[in-house]
Unconditional design. Sequence first.
Length: 448
Amino acid sequence: MVERTKIRQEYLDKLAELIKIPSVSAKKTGLTEASDLIKTFFQELKADHVIVDNEYEFPLVLAQFKSAKTDAKTLLIYNHYDVQPAEPFDLWHSDPWTLTQRDDKFFGRGVDDDKGNLLARLTALAEYLDENQHQLPVNIDFVVEGSEETASRGLAQYLQKHADFLKNDLVIWESGGYNSKEQQELNGGTKGIVTFDLKAKTAGRDLHSSLAPVIDSAAWQLVAAINSLRNPDGTIAVKGVYDSVRKASERELALVDQYSTIDEHLLVDSFKLTAALLNNRDKTDLLKALYFSPALNIEGISSGYQEAGVKTVLPAEATAKLEIRLVPDQDPRDIFDKVAAHLQEHGFTNVKAVYTLGEKPYRSDLSAPEIQRVIKATEKVYGKDISLLPTTPGTGPMAYFYDNFKSPITAAGIGYADSADHAPDENVRIKDYFDHVDFIKELIKSYD
């Protein structure tokens, strides 16, 4: 048996190797190098099968560790090796591509989202195998993708292609962690999303702004089109968008009411808000909107002259990037089609909608027997004071897994409220990292 501290240091070294690779899916850099390195990690652990599939541009790494038990269940662990860009570099206090330890924390791009979660889980597997003569009480499959930060492009096709290979009884999601109340949080869902561009064109070229009394500009038409999509209270004004929205169950409402740490004061204070909240009647309305309702957002708008000084032009073109977060049972393409129809019906013939990305939503009330197994393992490591949420306000590809396997899904991980995912100085607390190692080992033991 290898000393535990030696295994943990070995896998921290592997984490450092992986963080060193700038595997940014938005820039399509480092993806082959990262997927190949992860393949070697699985091979060194003597996985029964390891595959790197690059058919759909962003390489997918699959690995299987088989139990000798004939009736063994299968645990599927999902992670991703792609990360967000590290810019702005000058706001980091250490090199984002170097795993750095200070103040009882690990720093580096991807240390929480999501390379650290993957390596903590591999550490747990390595320790368990070393302590148990390389025998497992459960089959363990890994799915590690390279496009999670860019809407998991190709993942649905990959999962369909390898569906028989990856049949499972439980999916452990890519990340999670402590909430602002320092409760380890388990959640069972993600919102979906549809993103699209709006492009307005009203003339062959920019015009002199003296013509503004008689000629409408692309900028004004775009602003009017965007404004028509939303009501003053923040609800979406597009006909039919709410027709397919699945109502939250009583259990789902109760879980959010009991465990969500979000309220009006937290939002206002944390983000130094100066605009009024859209759903400010009471906490119940706020939570319903945040967790169980679709929402329209403007990601960015561009038109006309943007440089220093003044240029008096009437813009011929204007563009905007928008998104709608979706809830079960909304479909990205259907919602986009409704937006496009809305623009035509309201006379915005000069404004074209262009579909860019979409992911379906998924939600679970965390009552499945295999989720109860996860809850018990969580309580053994983190104590009884844990949080259970049926979904998060964010987006991820959970629905792809559920559509293929119909198995329960839950998220748990190494992060905490100040992990700064996607931001400079992304970090995790060292204790939380190794507690997750112990949690994954406890989950594996539960199948004995």
